[in-house]
Design a protein around this ligand. Structure first.
Ligand code: SF4
Length: 347
């Protein structure tokens, strides 16, 4: 550990956090939530379940993920069953979770693992898998295999920023600073529980607003708590304003009552998924000349993407033409992997 980075005596931190590690563990084993991908104390975690859950939990809350995870595992109970399934099936069982590139990467990662013939334990090999970066590799390595590493996500950074009063702003700089401190929580054993304990502490106790410090096992030595400056950590820079886009989506019906959906290309937003023809997604303007009975819905749909906000107008229309795409009866649309945005349109 580099004491110049720490600004406090590193031996002191080592001894302090060793004790805190024990307390954190004791607290976690007492309060931990029962989650479908979480192994009971003393039992071996299922690495495939851990991998699936970590992909699902990226950008999504635990409570939202639980029913999706259960449905997904029922359909794809083993790594082999997922690796050998068509991608379109995977999308169907990912529907509603959003960020569909995760589903594609998870599918691809399982195919890679299936070809490798074993599940690697170490961060470096895990990072060679599709869609697996610093965080997911560390999470799988620690949680599934008890390796000496702690994954750092937003929750963990928040806990560490408060615990040690780290002054770097939330983002890559705080992540780098946290990396130097987190090592002191790593031990020879029990890393599987410590990793989950810090995440759990951030999710349940050390919340972004109004943290429950009176229930925190680390309150005794938390620097921000003891100096009464908890709300000032982590430091947050003003967010840049996201651009706004407007678009129109067309729900087109033919004379048989079927609806037109089109498949997105293999790269880009909503890759390989089905959408209604929409002006901001490779839309052919000539299509408009082949529509009749256009009716614009009064209400627009707002949807937040990571890089822009979208305001979508919905237009219902009919056609007598054989337009390019898939014609599907409304009751059968559920069999096609469609993004959340299109489900909003349907509703
Ligand atoms: S005492 Fe409060 S601020 Fe400090 S780690 Fe615990 S919950 Fe977070």
């Amino acid at each position: 550990m580099q004491s110049s980075l720490l600004n406090v005596n590193s031996d002191f931190i080592q001894s302090l956090v060793y004790n805190e590690r024990e307390r954190l563990l004791e607290w976690y084993l007492r309060i931990k939530r029962i989650l479908p991908w979480r192994a009971a104390y003393g039992t071996s975690p299922n690495a495939y379940h851990v991998l699936v859950s970590e992909f699902m939990l990226q950008q999504t809350t635990v409570q939202t993920v639980i029913p999706y995870f259960e449905r997904f595992i029922k359909r794809f109970p083993t790594l082999e069953s997922l690796a050998t399934a068509p991608l379109d099936d995977v999308y169907v069982f990912w529907q509603g979770l959003g960020y569909y590139s995760r589903a594609k990467n998870l599918h691809c990662a399982c195919q890679q693992l299936y070809e490798m013939g074993y599940f690697p334990k170490d961060v470096a090999t895990l990072k060679t898998l599709s869609g697996v970066g610093d965080y997911t590799s560390a999470a799988v390595s620690a949680i599934a295999f008890d390796q000496p590493v702690i994954p750092i996500d937003g929750n963990v950074m928040r806990v560490m920023a408060r615990l040690f009063m780290l002054h770097q702003p939330k983002g890559p700089k705080l992540q780098a600073e946290t990396t130097h401190y987190i090592d002191v929580f790593v031990g020879q054993t029990n890393n599987t529980y410590v990793a989950q304990a810090i995440m759990e502490l951030g999710a349940l106790i050390c919340k972004p607003k109004k943290p429950l410090c009176d229930q925190c096992p680390l309150a005794g030595e938390c620097r921000a708590f003891n100096e009464n400056v908890v709300e000032q950590f982590p430091k947050i820079l003003a967010k840049p304003i996201k651009p706004k886009r407007v678009a129109t989506t067309f729900v087109i019906e033919d004379k048989h009552g079927r609806i037109l959906i089109v498949k997105r290309p293999a790269k880009g937003l909503f890759s390989n998924m089905y959408i209604f023809p929409t002006t901001c997604f490779d839309f052919d303007p000539l299509l408009l000349t082949q529509l009749t009975h256009l009716k614009q819905l009064q209400k627009t749909i707002r949807h937040v993407f990571s890089h822009f906000d979208l305001e979508l107008t919905v237009v219902r229309a009919q056609t007598m033409h054989e337009l390019k795409g898939e014609w599907v009866l409304p009751n059968d649309l559920g069999r096609y992997g469609m993004p959340t945005l299109m489900h909003k349109v349907l509703r």
